[in-house]
Design a protein around this ligand. Structure first.
Ligand code: ZN
Length: 173
C-alpha cells in the first residue's frame, strides 16, 4: 500500500505519537511502507506521523543503509551545528537552524533489541528532526520569530502558486 506524505496543516503532524508496544509483522510492514514513501519523495528520513500513523517509529537512510528505529529517545546532546534543514511535510523550504551537533540516541530495532547510536552533524540533525515529528513538533517551532514569519509567508506563496519543485532558502536571523 502506498502512502501519501502529509503536509503542514494536517493535524496528525501536531499530535504526539504513541509508543510501539509490540514489534510484530504490522510494524515491519509499516516500516517498509515508510521507507518506500521516503525513497519516492525522495528524502533522507521519515517519521510515521508523516504518513498519518501516530506511532513512535522513524526510518532513515543517509549512506545506503535503510534503518528503522522504534520508541527512540535522545539520551545526551552536545555542541552546536548550523544546517539548512528541510522537511518532506513542508516541501520547498530550507531553513538554516542551530541545534546540538552530537546526540546519543537510544531506541529499539525491528527485532526488538535495544540499540544506541552515536550521531554527529547530519545524522544527529536527522535524529532531532524525526524525534520532533514524533512529538508533534514541526520546524516552524524551532525557528527564530523572524524566520518563522518569513517561512510562513514563503510556504504559503509556494503552496498557492502550485509551483511544485520550487525551493526557498531562509537564512539564520
Ligand atoms: Zn520533517
Amino acid at each position: 500500500m502506498a502512502y501519501d506524505i502529509r503536509t503542514f496543516g494536517d493535524p496528525v503532524l501536531a499530535s504526539v505519537a504513541e509508543d510501539v508496544k509490540n514489534i510484530d509483522g504490522k510494524i515491519v510492514r509499516l516500516s517498509q511502507a515508510m521507507l518506500q514513501a521516503m525513497y519516492r519523495a525522495p528524502g533522507l528520513g521519515l517519521a510515521a506521523p508523516q504518513i498519518g500513523v501516530q506511532k513512535q517509529i522513524f526510518v532513515y537512510d543517509i549512506d545506503g543503509t535503510p534503518t528503522t528505529l522504534i520508541n527512540p529517545r535522545i539520551v545526551e546532546s552536545s555542541g552546536e551545528w548550523v544546517y539548512d534543514e528541510g522537511c518532506l511535510s513542508i516541501p520547498g523550504l530550507y531553513v538554516e537552524m542551530v541545534r546540538p551537533k552530537q546526540v546519543l540516541l537510544a531506541a529499539l530495532d525491528l527485532e526488538g533489541n535495544e540499540v544506541t547510536v552515536e550521531a554527529d552533524e547530519l545524522l544527529a540533525r536527522l535524529f532531532q528532526h524525526e524525534l520532533d515529528h514524533l512529538n508533534g513538533v514541526l520546524m516552524f517551532e524551532r525557528m527564530t520569530a523572524d524566520q518563522r514569519d518569513e517561512a510562513m509567508r514563503e510556504y504559503r506563496r509556494i503552496s498557492e502558486s502550485g509551483a511544485s519543485g520550487e525551493t526557498r532558502h531562509i537564512s539564520l536571523k
